[in-house]
Design a protein. Structure first.
Length: 121
């Protein structure tokens, strides 16, 4: 039920992944451990575009709205794609179902990441 933006979420990810963070190294390491140790059934979203044999750090969120029955499906994280580390936040609303929202998020991340990494090369 947050009113955060994707840009807010990327700022949060940046704070978790840089030495210039307001968090000390042990705190960042602890949070990263949590984000890289998600349950298998929750390993979806931005991790869909991660290089094989890498360990994405992610946090997903999902919630059906009582008033409409539609779903909020969000995924943020740090992945490696084509050898490049990326911070990604994808937020969605008004999804018909959780599986539909997850599929849409994964389609978006699988589409955008090659464009981003190609621009970096």
């Amino acid at each position: 039920m947050t009113e955060t933006t994707a840009a807010d979420q990327v700022r949060l990810l940046t704070a978790l992944t840089t030495d210039a963070s307001p968090l000390d190294a042990p705190a960042r390491a602890y949070i990263t451990t949590l984000m890289t140790s998600v349950a298998g059934d929750q390993s979806w979203g931005v991790s869909a575009a991660a290089d094989p044999d890498t360990n994405p750090a992610l946090k997903n969120g999902w919630l059906p709205r009582d008033a409409t029955g539609l779903w909020v499906i969000n995924s943020i994280g740090r992945i490696t794609h084509a050898g490049h580390p990326l911070l990604i936040a994808i937020l969605s609303d008004n999804q018909r179902s959780m599986p539909t929202g997850v599929a849409q998020l994964e389609s978006v991340v699988e589409t955008i990441t090659p464009a981003v990494t190609n621009a970096l090369n």
